[in-house]
Design a protein around this ligand. Structure first.
Ligand code: DO4
Ligand code: MG
Length: 271
């Protein structure tokens, strides 16, 4: 309400932090210590409501990994069986090299309460609730946020070469509500939950935990940064362990709620 820049929430208080940009903030050396110092200056601001928040991203690209949960592998093998998916999803699930793909530029990302786009040439569009890593330019995981890797299962299932169209389009990704700064690794018991609300009724609800993920978070970040450089860091979605039933498709005005324990809840509506 009183401040347009990044806000630090610590011990149930909100502090204004003195930094010119998100890009600079996310690449500070020893970020947790730097943030504690900002809080010690004691410039307290009003609490913020989620409606006021922008996506917690600067000029970073958003990348994603996939088929990192058994649930994702089986769902994709089914949707693409006519295109030969029964073998390639299986292989990537077992292989050393994970599936990694480009997901979004910051302009394609919406924040808390932002409106996600329903591709009108898809009849099978679903949310993918994903733990999202915030990685600095040195390749270090400095934080975590909630992500929605909105996906068109029919387009992807028809032919693997259609993956970019199934995944990348206007307002195809959501991030937020904020970034949990990484001071210690996330517990395997960390829960990831998703509810979908239609006309005030819950039409889908499911939950998983990080223990269900086949890959290690450091391993995923390591593969992304292999032979690549990200001058201001990047965001990496880590794959979905939650897939709605095969007859489910998002509709206009559906509200998607993604909750990750210790991070918060990301709420978005479909256009
Ligand atoms: O191969 C397709 C994408 C996989 C994905 O996005 C996921 O598993 O979350
Ligand atoms: Mg995904």
């Amino acid at each position: 309400k009183t401040h347009a820049g990044p806000v630090l929430e610590l011990d149930e208080k909100c502090f204004i932090i003195d930094v010119p940009s998100w890009d600079e903030l996310l690449n500070k050396e020893d970020l947790p210590e730097w943030l504690r110092h900002q809080a010690s200056k004691g410039i307290v601001t009003d609490g913020v409501t989620h409606q006021e928040l922008l996506p917690p991203i600067g000029t970073q690209e958003v990348w994603a990994s996939g088929v990192t949960y058994f649930r994702s592998k089986t769902a994709r093998m089914e949707e693409s069986k006519d295109a030969g998916g029964a073998t390639f999803y299986d292989k990537v699930y077992e292989a050393d090299r994970p599936e990694i793909f480009f997901k979004a530029t910051p302009q394609r990302v919406v924040g808390p309460h932002g409106v996600l786009h329903r591709r009108k040439d898809s009849k099978w569009i679903v949310p993918e609730p994903e733990l999202t890593l915030v990685i600095n330019k040195a390749g270090k995981i400095i934080g975590y946020t909630c992500g929605n890797d909105l996906s068109c299962r029919d387009i992807e299932g028809e032919n693997p070469l259609y993956l970019p169209q199934a995944k990348v389009f206007k307002n195809c990704a959501a991030l937020g509500p904020g970034i949990l700064i990484a001071e210690k690794p996330l517990a395997e018991t960390t829960s990831i939950a998703c509810d979908i609300i239609r006309d005030c009724e819950k039409v889908f609800s499911s939950e998983t935990t990080l223990a269900q993920m086949k890959r290690d978070l450091e391993e995923l970040a390591g593969w992304l940064y292999k032979e690549e450089s990200f001058p201001v860091g990047c965001f990496m979605m880590t794959g979905t362990g939650i897939v709605p039933p095969d007859d489910f498709c998002l509709q206009t005005d559906d509200e998607v709620r993604i909750r990750i324990e210790g991070i918060g809840e990301l709420v978005n509506r479909m256009d």
